[in-house]
Design a protein around this ligand. Structure first.
Ligand code: ATR
Length: 286
């Protein structure tokens, strides 16, 4: 007899949500939401959908007819999903991407973005005395993840944001689209950009398992500056290891994933979920 951990029988009343990605097999979101559903004893399911880009519109449009409350959008669909929802929140529009869908009572679909929220909520949970106004923030990368991080930091009140990207044009486009006190800095000048910074964030995929290493000289970074890497495979990246060795406080990347899931879960399943050390271990597969 398998343990009841392995048995899940859905009923006609089950509350349903899903996640669309291509591929979807390495998404940790089903594990994350599955943990909360079980913990809170909710009759519901969170279903991973391997959705080819050519089928994304059809797949999203099917949610109301199937009785789904909503879901998540993951790579590579987040930007396109913005144009496929009936309405997008101002925040999703500013970030330029949707990661959370809500099916409303009238069957229309609202797109939101909780990535920036997750980034900031994890930062504040990890370092409650962090003060956004304490100095310039340096953000490495100008891709999709960077946009959510940049918007979150500007809304939190960082006085200046130095945006460093290999492709300068991409950083300039991001700065122009988002606005605010953003200074674009060339990738080769990244070490000098750390001077007097109070926060360094890596939003590139450098340092991730299977990717090139992130090479950056931390010598000019103040020792009080917080170093946050949104890469979470491995959890302790070379950047975080180097920062820790010289005495900088560090924030790892897994908490951003955990916290970005909270607003969606609460909206679909009607319960505010908690981020706990047990959840973190479970999602990491420890
Ligand atoms: P995501 O949506 O996860 O942010 P992305 O949009 O592909 O992914 O962005 C990846 C980021 O990592 C970009 O900032 C990219 O720099 P470019 O805009 O110049 O492509 C950065 N990146 C990837 N490989 C890199 C490398 N070898 N050196 C420097 N930056 C790199």
């Amino acid at each position: 007899m398998p343990s009841d951990l392995l048995i899940q029988t859905l009923t006609g009343k089950s509350v349903l949500a899903g996640v669309f990605g291509w591929p979807i097999s390495h998404s940790r979101s089903p594990r994350l939401h599955g943990y909360w559903l079980r913990k809170y004893g909710i009759d519901g399911a969170y279903v991973p959908f391997a959705t080819h880009p050519a089928k994304l519109e059809q797949a999203i449009r099917a949610l109301p007819a199937l009785g789904f409350k909503g879901g998540n959008i993951t790579l590579p669909h987040k930007e396109r999903a913005l144009g496929l929802v009936d309405e997008a929140t101002a925040l999703a529009q500013r970030i330029g991407a949707v990661n959370t869908l809500l099916v409303r009572e009238d069957g229309t679909i609202l797109g939101d973005n909780t990535d920036g929220y997750g980034f900031l909520a994890h930062l504040i949970a990890s370092k409650p005395d962090w003060n956004a106004a304490s100095g310039p923030a340096v953000v490495l990368g100008a891709g999709g993840a960077s946009r959510a991080v940049v918007v979150a930091l500007l809304e939190a009140g960082v006085p200046a944001l130095r945006l460093v990207n290999r492709t300068t044009r991409r950083a300039e486009e991001l700065a122009a689209a988002i606005g605010g006190p953003i200074e674009v800095i060339a990738w080769d000048d990244r070490a000098a950009a750390l001077k007097e910074a109070s926060l360094l964030v890596n939003t590139t995929n450098l340092g991730q398992a299977g990717q090139a290493p992130l090479e950056i000289d931390l010598a000019t970074l103040p020792v009080a500056a917080l170093v946050y890497d949104i890469v979470y495979t491995p959890l302790l990246t070379d950047l975080l290891r180097a920062a820790q060795a010289r005495g900088n406080p560090i924030v790892d990347g897994i908490g951003m994933l955990l916290h970005q899931a909270r607003p969606g879960f609460a909206a679909w399943f009607g319960r505010e979920p908690e981020v706990t050390p047990e959840l973190r271990s479970f999602v990491l597969g420890e």
